[in-house]
Design a protein around this ligand. Structure first.
Ligand code: ADP
Ligand code: MG
Length: 467
């Protein structure tokens, strides 16, 4: 396998092929089936793409083979064959850095417009809305109930006593439902057929549009159009970090709209105060309304989501299988959804019911990634570092809260992330009894429900340990 041949020109072509395919099939489908494609080899007239399992390889071949060939041919006329093989994903050129689509292509791919009226410049600005992202299909649980309630209120419109929802700032890690909630707001407003105009777009799109407007000397119209909307939603604001002139423009638009009593909804992967690289005055304004944090999923929410999605697709998934998936796929809803789609598709393909065995088999590449062996020592080290306590305190007898709490968190993570038994974990923590470990796990789980800051710490540690 000649990795060196894969960078440079062919690497760029591959990035564009993937980018196009992703645009064509949409995010969920892409992540489920195509994200793990790796370009392993390229010769004069043939490229070789590997996938980690036979099932994925067969699926991609059957469903996307023709598109892959056509897209390759469009990128590079010499390529006549696209070989799909099973192989290790580490070699070759894995998921490339996203290549921004050119401005023209971006507007060409927008099929579902927010407003059908093409003559309305506000409709031209709005990004496409995913028909699946409605309030009805959003599963509410502890981690997202506040964000959900805020989003509903915004969709209903009108003032809310004692609550300033303008701007509404939604934040949380990837795949936890920020975009879903924003689309849901837009759909709900549209459904009520009020005269309120809504514009939803990603921060990236905002930037492209802004730059394009400046280039074509239509900056003024761009501004006026934006200032005429009733609800402006900007998704993934973190993409404006370091883009000073775009931030400046957004800041002015923001002020003009809020001053005129219009609604702003913004999402980002961090809270306003953690968004470094955002100008201070913008950051301050962003935090002025309501900041709603979408927390990492809980087991209960994951089960709820699996049940809802299975029902939506009209498939029967055994409870055991759902429990297994909810235990194993903990990263985010997007991954969970992708895993379910795969399991369902496999069952339909082979014409057999879904079982625990088939699920394990079909998801084995995902599960392997999740099953990365974390050791108790690693957990203790990370947790001690995180809370700035001594590593020896993980096994010491000290009971001061400042060391006891981190120790409990480390035990909790050891239970979650390793396959060690309670007595084994106890032994590693200064020969403590298994009931102490059990108590620690219960206590941390309970605290996570009540204390978002602690929940965030634990979640962060878990993510660091798992990556
Ligand atoms: P984000 O924008 O936060 O990265 P998305 O809104 O794109 O995440 O959500 C990722 C996927 O997970 C979408 O398909 C979305 O429909 C689904 N999803 C996220 N949260 C929920 C939820 N609470 N109920 C149902 N589906 C959800
Ligand atoms: Mg999003």
């Amino acid at each position: 396998m000649l990795v060196s041949r894969i960078d440079g020109e062919i690497g760029g072509q591959w990035a564009r092929v993937r980018g196009r395919l992703r645009e064509e099939v949409g995010e969920v489908e892409y992540r489920t089936w195509l994200k793990q494609m790796t370009l392993a080899d390229a010769s004069e007239d043939e490229v070789t793409i590997v996938l980690p399992t036979r099932f994925l390889r067969d699926w991609v071949r059957a469903h996307y083979g023709d598109r892959l060939r056509a897209l390759w041919a469009a990128e590079n006329g010499r390529i006549r064959r696209v070989e799909l093989r099973i192989g290790a994903p580490q070699t070759g050129l894995a998921e490339p850095v996203a290549v921004p689509a050119p401005i023209v292509a971006a507007s060409a791919s927008e099929t579902a417009r927010l407003d059908a009226g093409r003559s309305d410049p506000r409709a031209e600005l709005a990004g496409p809305l995913d028909p699946r992202f409605t309030f009805g299909s959003f599963v509410v649980g502890k981690p997202n109930e506040f964000a959900y309630a805020c989003a509903r209120r915004v969709a209903e419109g009108g003032p809310v006593a004692g609550f300033n929802l303008n701007p509404l700032f939604l934040y949380g890690g990837v795949g936890l439902g920020k975009t879903h909630l924003m689309h849901a707001i837009a759909w709900a407003i549209r459904e009520r057929q009020t005269a309120r105009s809504v514009v939803y777009m990603s921060a990236e799109k905002f930037m492209y549009r802004f730059i394009a407007a400046i280039r074509s000397h239509s900056g003024v119209e761009f501004k006026e159009t934006l200032r005429g909307v009733d609800v402006l939603m900007i998704d993934d604001l973190q993409f404006l970090i370091g883009k000073d002139s775009t931030q400046e423009e957004f800041f002015h638009t923001f002020n003009a709209l809020v001053d005129a009593g219009r609604q702003i909804v913004v999402s980002a992967d961090k809270s306003p105060s953690d968004l470094s690289g955002i100008e201070e005055r913008l950051r301050t304004r962003l935090g002025c309304g309501t900041v709603a944090d979408i927390h990492a999923t809980t087991y209960e929410l994951r089960i709820g989501i699996l049940q809802a999605k299975a029902a939506l697709q009209g498939v029967t998934v055994p409870q055991k299988v759902m429990e297994f998936m909810a235990h194993k796929i903990t990263t985010n809803v997007r991954d969970l959804e992708g895993a379910l789609n795969r399991v369902v598709a496999h069952a339909q393909l082979v014409g057999r019911p879904i079982t625990l065995e088939s699920t394990q088999e079909v998801l084995h590449d995902l599960l392997r990634a999740h099953d990365r062996r974390v050791t108790i020592e690693e957990i203790q080290k990370r947790v001690a570092e995180h809370f700035s306590i001594r590593l020896t305190d993980m096994s010491s007898a000290r009971r001061a809260r400042a060391v006891a709490r981190p120790r409990q968190i480390a035990m909790f993570l050891a239970k979650q992330l390793t396959s060690r038994s309670l007595p084994e974990i106890g032994r590693k923590f200064g020969n403590r009894d298994h009931t102490t470990v059990m108590h620690a796990c219960a206590r941390v789980a309970e605290l996570m429900q009540k204390d978002p800051a602690l929940a965030e710490d634990v979640e962060l540690l878990r993510r660091m340990l798992e990556s």
